[in-house]
Write a protein that binds this ligand. Structure first.
Ligand SMILES: Cc1cc2nc3c(=O)[nH]c(=O)nc-3n(C[C@H](O)[C@H](O)[C@H](O)COP(=O)(O)OP(=O)(O)OC[C@H]3O[C@@H](n4cnc5c(N)ncnc54)[C@H](O)[C@@H]3O)c2cc1C
Length: 310
């Protein structure tokens, strides 16, 4: 193995996730640059490669995961690229382009841009994610999703070739980007630089979004956010949480995994919980919802298991 690359590859490495359960990666690499990432992709061509973001929507099975796991945590630069038209206008909002690498943390980017008077990400307040993971999942909620602020996405193919895709050519949909064939390396956002007089309102909006999240989700417990996607019923997207609640699953428990009583689409973990507990609970909830509503819920969380797909 190439000497420099062997420095950044760890064998039998823990995978940090927000569930705080699950097994290890046979191999985990933390590239320090896009060039190193490209070298890794070429070295592991044809093998299973999984990309780890912040682990906030991820369940790793107790037996861990084979192949190579890539963590982009060192690719975390954020750059203000400049204003549309060249300069900010003092009395009205001006578009500014901001590029964030995939390993940058979304909450930090939201706080930083909000503090700097840039509007356009506050609707995502309180969502734990790396930029790459947030874009891959098209993270969002009651106030909108991340796609609406994206100008373009830059990524490597699994063969290491770079491409930049404009927003309009990405198949963004509810919790979907269609980018599973790519490793996202950076994202360009279009935000609005707002005049001083309007900045207090933007700060308040972020606070309001955070307050809403704290009141509606079990943020004090370990979870991975919503475990199922909201299904479409007669052309309308309905709340999976409501269906789970109506199926009598709130507080349903398997081992150390429990359906949250604050938000029924969240599974929270207790000491001693295993990934198997969560998988069994997911299946039990699915069956109960199917029995009572004739709808088969689809997982929103990514599930990594041995022998699974790349
Ligand atoms: C308390 C809590 C609250 C949450 N609230 C919300 C919410 O309101 N709205 C919402 O949408 N989500 C929510 N989530 C879920 C989670 O925050 C989002 O899904 C987020 O986008 C996951 O990002 P991540 O970086 O943690 O990705 P991970 O969980 O690490 O990975 C998720 C998927 O993205 C892929 N991926 C990650 N990085 C890349 C990359 N660079 N290139 C290609 N693929 C990549 C992974 O391979 C995996 O398939 C919540 C989670 C928690 C724990």
């Amino acid at each position: 193995m190439n000497a420099t690359l062997s420095d950044i590859i760890e064998a039998n490495a823990p995978i940090p996730t927000w569930f705080r359960v699950g097994g290890k990666a046979d191999l985990l690499a933390r590239p320090r640059s896009v060039e190193e990432l490209r070298d890794l992709l070429r070295m592991f061509a044809g093998e299973r490669i999984s990309v780890l973001g912040d682990g906030a929507n991820l369940l790793v099975d107790d037996e861990g995961v084979d192949g190579l796991v890539l963590s982009l945590e060192h690719l975390n630069r954020v750059e203000y690229l400049g204003f549309d038209g060249g300069a900010a206008l003092p009395d009205r909002a001006t578009t500014i382009f901001v590029r964030a690498e995939a390993g940058a943390r979304l909450p930090k980017l939201i706080t930083q841009t909000n503090r700097d008077g840039l509007e356009g990400l506050e609707h995502l307040g309180g969502i734990p994610a790396s930029i790459g993971g947030a874009v891959f999942m098209n993270a969002g909620g009651a106030f909108g999703d991340i796609a609406q602020s994206i100008e373009s996405v830059t990524a490597l193919t699994r063969l290491g070739d770079e491409l930049t895709i404009p927003h309009d050519e990405i198949n963004f949909d509810y919790r979907h980007s269609g980018l599973s064939w790519l490793i996202i390396t950076s994202v360009e956002f279009h935000l609005e630089s707002i005049p001083e007089a309007k900045r207090a309102a933007a700060r308040q909006r972020l606070k309001d979004v955070m307050t809403y999240k704290k009141s509606s989700q079990p943020l004090r417990e370990d979870s991975a956010g919503c475990v199922f996607k909201n299904p479409v019923l007669s052309g309308t997207r309905v709340s999976a949480g409501k269906l789970i609640d109506q199926s009598g699953c709130k507080r349903l428990r398997v081992g150390g995994a429990e359906v949250s009583d604050i938000h029924a689409n969240f599974i929270v973990t207790h000491p001693g919980c295993t990934a198997r507990d969560i998988l069994n609970l997911l299946e039990e909830v699915r069956e109960r919802v199917e029995r009572s509503h004739s709808i088969r819920l689809e997982p929103e969380i990514a599930i990594w298991q041995r022998g699974g797909k790349a």
